[in-house]
Every structure is written in structure tokens, then in C-alpha cells.
Design a protein around this ligand. Structure first.
Ligand SMILES: Cc1cc2nc3c(=O)[nH]c(=O)nc-3n(C[C@H](O)[C@H](O)[C@H](O)COP(=O)(O)OP(=O)(O)OC[C@H]3O[C@@H](n4cnc5c(N)ncnc54)[C@H](O)[C@@H]3O)c2cc1C
Length: 464
């Protein structure tokens, strides 16, 4: 089925008995408009139908209905990366948000989560047992979407991409089979799911490893934005000395005035270094000394639980309208920082809420044995620029400002892109490299030759 064929609208067949109106939503239902929202409120999703499964059996029934109706199936947990998911007119949006059961096995050090689980569902349960998942910066990001795309956590430089910790997946295939997938069963599909995105099957549950980290020394150091050249320059220098136990982010922030924020940051333009250190406060304090010597206005470093790490990056706690995009940087010289500051620093008229530079390397750069499609990242930094887009006019300005950051860093662009921070379409070769992309296309051909499953960063079935 091609997307153009699927996009020809035709009336949906009658609702089968197995699918009650709560599980299969159509545009006539009162809940329709709230059901089609993505976390990114700037994305206007207009599918032909919405599936809201409670169980894997519901997923099987919804896939059967979609096939019969000539619809594609687009799995989505939260819509954090909904921006590149286009052409939904001929699709069923499969919202997994009612499937949020999580089980932690402290002895095996694993978590089993259903398709719609968020990191905020997993981290507290793991934390109770002194364990940590490789969760991302925002607690409301979906575990499955994040993990299928790689997964960069606050513990990334020590433990690598989250995709490498997956032990097993439960999926429903495009032809409606429920499969258990691991390194010994459906090994090609298991390989593709770990970093290759969501093109191959609907994941109904994932099991992954947890790590014995019960607390970290973490926080943020903050200065006025006009010191950004000096602070980011010192940060880059500092990175050369830090062990893999430290994962950090350099940020340019234009914080909107908000009464709920402390006056020290509300409405201010700032430069910040956020970091998490797997270790105690004394060693962490020694590591931080060169940055503290720059006299930050704010210093929030303290020993915290790994659950509390969810608040460190100050990601929006609710759905918001945003426009952003990211890129991987092979390295970052001082001239790169100067270039970024020309377009997003204190003296630039930038509409961006923040520009983040995440330090990679360590275990993120090391290929583990038996890894999946994307098991390491060959780049030193991941950059991401984002702004709020309450309306269309602002959107144009924010998009131009995101482009300006991308252009400013163009000289350091790594060969590849990181799927989770790609909020605009990228070619499969850019995301995976030619060889891995070709292998993913073969896996897609085996498991979904009709291209029923529709991903935000799609891999099409190989033609030969
Ligand atoms: C505020 C914010 C903070 C973030 N922080 C981090 C971070 O720290 N580290 C990081 O690596 N990334 C981070 N991200 C990026 C995030 O990991 C991606 O946006 C990811 O795709 C989100 O997954 P989701 O399921 O929530 O999103 P969705 O938009 O719901 O899903 C994205 C895609 O995943 C696939 N998918 C989802 N569920 C299924 C399923 N059950 N079966 C098959 N395919 C499925 C689909 O192709 C879908 O289009 C952040 C994003 C935001 C907006």
C-alpha cells in the first residue's frame, strides 16, 4: 500500500463487535478533537480514525480493521516527535496512552512496560529498589518511542544508549501476529527495533535492563547569557577531563516571564551547565570546581534520587506548541560557539527558548557486542534548538532561528542525525548510514511488505 493510495478517503466500514467506541474512535465522536492531539500542540493531526487499545489483543483487532478499511497504522504514545509524522489522512493513529502498566523485577534488574508507559511511570518504581532506567530528560516522554529511537539519558556516557538495554519486545506485526522478539527469536526484527525507529511492527511491550544507581550528584550552574562565550568555552575545556560518570548539557536559555518560576530565572536570558554525576558529593564537588570558579549566579548541585533527575532539565510538564530540530556535531571548537552566539547569544534577536548542546562520547560512542541498528553515536555533541510557536507568524520566525543555529554549526555537522532529536524529516541514509538503512529496509520488507505501519521517521520496504 503506498501512502498516496491510502490517502484517498473512503467511508470506514462498520465498527466490528470486538472494537467498542472507546477503542476505535471516528471523527463523529465527541472525544475526537482531544484524542487527536499530540504532545506538540503545534502539530495538527487529522487521521481517518484513532485506535485507543487497552491490550495487545485490541491492537490485533485494530490492525485487522485498518487493513479492511485500507488505512495505514501510525503508532504513537505521546506525540513528542509528531512533527515529522505527516500524511495521516489515510491512517489510523494508534494511540497507546491507555497501555501504561509497568512492572519492575528488582532481582533481575529489569522493567517490563506496556507500549504507552512514560518515563515518569518507570523511574519512581525502579528508584524504590535503588535502580535506575536510562530515562531521558523529560518524565512525560514515552518509553517505547524514545527507546526505538536510541535514547540519550542523564546516565548515557556511563551506560550507553537506552536501546542497548532492551532485552525483549512484544509486538503485533502488520499481518496481525503477536510475537515475542529477542536476540534468539525474530533476531532481525529485534535488531531493527533497537535504534531503527517504529516502522516494522507495533510494539505492545518492552523489557529492558535497569542499573544500580540510587542517587546522583546533579544540578545546574547558571550565569547571565552575556557570559556565554566564556562559560561554554570553559565547559568544553572541562569536558576533556570528566569521566564517563558525568553527562552534561550546555544551554542558552531565554526564559519567558512566568509567575510560577523563581524571579532569579523568570524572564531572564541565561547560560547554564546542567550535569549528572554518578558518584558522591565530595568527588562531584571536586569535579565541578573549575566551573564553580566562574562564580555562577545559581548553583543547584546536590545529591538527588535518579527519579528527581526528571526535573533537572526543566522540560515543560504539559503539552506545548513547539518547533525545534537537532543535529549531531562531530566536535565543537570555540569558533562554533562564537557562531552560535552570533545567532542565538545575548546580542542576537533570537526567538528560541533554548539551544542545547549535549555532551556525548563515553559509552554513547562505543559499539556494544550484539547491539541493534543504532547502538552508538559517532559524534561528540548533540545540538537541539527549539522555540514556542503559539501561532503561525511566530512559527516562521522560530523556524528561521532554528535554521540559523543549524547553519552556524554546519561546519561541525556529523555524518549522521539522531532520530530522537530530528523533528524534521531526514533521509534513512542520514539517520542510519547507507548499510544499516539497507538492512532495515530488508527487515521492513519481511515484516511489513505492504508498508502498513507508518512511522515518524519511516523506513520503506526494500524493493529487491
Ligand atoms: C521535551 C522533550 C524532551 C526530550 N528529551 C529527550 C532525551 O533526554 N533524550 C532523548 O533521547 N530524547 C529526548 N526527546 C526526544 C524523544 O525521545 C522523542 O521525541 C521520542 O520519539 C518520543 O517518544 P514518544 O513515544 O513520547 O513520542 P511519539 O511521538 O509518540 O512517538 C515517536 C515515534 O515512535 C514510534 N513509536 C512510538 N510508540 C510505538 C509503538 N508502540 N510501536 C511502534 N512504534 C512506536 C512511532 O514511529 C512514533 O511516530 C525529548 C523530546 C522532547 C519533546
Amino acid at each position: 500500500m503506498t501512502s498516496s493510495a491510502a490517502s484517498i478517503r473512503r467511508p470506514l466500514p462498520p465498527r466490528p463487535h470486538a472494537l467498542d467506541p472507546d477503542v476505535l474512535l471516528t471523527p463523529a465522536q465527541p472525544r475526537w478533537d482531544s484524542a487527536r492531539l499530540a504532545w506538540n500542540l503545534a502539530v495538527d493531526q487529522r487521521p481517518a480514525a484513532i485506535g485507543a487499545p487497552r491490550t495487545a489483543e485490541d491492537v490485533v483487532a485494530l490492525i485487522a480493521f485498518a487493513r479492511e478499511s485500507g488505512l495505514r497504522v501510525a503508532p504513537q504514545a505521546t506525540g513528542h516527535n509528531a512533527a515529522p509524522l505527516t500524511g495521516l489522512e489515510g491512517s489510523m493513529l494508534l494511540k497507546t496512552s491507555r497501555m501504561r502498566t509497568v512492572r519492575v523485577d528488582p532481582q533481575a534488574r529489569t522493567a517490563w512496560v506496556q507500549a504507552g508507559a512514560l518515563w515518569m511511570d518507570v523511574a519512581p518504581l525502579a528508584c524504590e529498589h535503588g535502580l535506575a532506567p536510562l530515562s531521558g530528560s523529560a518524565p512525560d516522554v514515552g518509553v517505547v518511542g524514545y527507546t526505538l529511537g536510541g535514547g540519550l539519558s542523564w546516565l548515557a556516557r556511563r551506560y550507553g544508549l537506552a536501546a542497548n538495554s532492551v532485552r525483549r519486545a512484544e509486538v503485533v506485526t502488520a499481518d496481525g501476529r503477536m510475537l515475542e522478539v529477542d536476540s534468539e527469536h525474530e533476531a532481525d526484527l529485534f535488531w531493527a527495533l533497537r535504534g531503527g525507529g517504529g516502522s516494522y511492527a507495533v510494539v505492545t511491550a518492552l523489557e529492558f535492563g535497569l542499573y544500580p544507581v540510587d542517587a546522583v550528584y546533579a544540578g545546574a550552574l547558571v550565569w547571565p547569557l552575556d557570559r556565554a562565550a566564556e562559560i561554554l568555552g570553559a565547559w568544553i575545556h572541562w569536558l576533556a577531563q570528566v569521566p564517563d560518570e558525568v553527562t552534561s548539557v550546555g544551554r542558552l536559555l531565554r526564559v519567558p516571564p512566568m509567575p510560577e518560576l523563581p524571579p532569579a530565572i523568570s524572564g531572564r536570558d541565561l547560560v547554564a551547565i546542567e550535569a549528572a554525576f554518578i558518584g558522591d558529593a565530595d568527588s562531584g564537588g571536586r569535579l565541578l570546581a573549575p566551573l564553580r570558579a566562574l562564580h555562577p549566579e545559581i548553583d543547584t548541585f546536590t545529591v538527588m534520587s535518579t527519579e528527581a533527575l526528571g526535573a533537572l532539565h526543566m522540560d515543560p510538564p504539559e503539552p506545548v506548541p513547539v518547533y525545534g530540530d537537532g543535529m549531531l556535531l562531530s566536535t565543537l571548537a570555540h569558533t562554533g560557539i562564537d557562531n552560535v552566539l552570533d545567532v542565538a547569544g545575548a546580542h542576537a534577536r533570537s526567538s528560541l527558548l533554548c539551544v542545547d548542546l549535549r555532551h556525548l562520547g563515553g559509552a554513547v560512542g562505543r559499539e556494544p557486542a550484539g547491539g541493534g541498528a543504532v547502538s552508538s553515536i559517532d559524534a561528540e555533541f548533540a545540538a537541539f534548538a527549539v522555540g514556542m510557536v503559539p501561532d503561525e507568524d511566530v512559527r516562521e520566525q522560530v523556524a528561521a532561528d532554528v535554521d540559523a543555529v543549524t547553519a552556524a554549526l554546519g561546519r561541525w555537522d556529523a555524518r549522521r542525525a539522531y532520530m530522537n532529536f530530528a523533528e524534521r524529516s531526514r533521509s534513512g541514509d542520514k539517520l542510519f548510514g547507507e548499510e544499516v538503512h539497507a538492512r532495515l529496509a530488508q527487515v521492513k520488507r519481511i515484516y511489513d511488505p505492504d508498508d502498513l505501519i507508518q512511522a515518524n521517521h519511516p523506513v520503506s520496504p526494500a524493493t529487491s
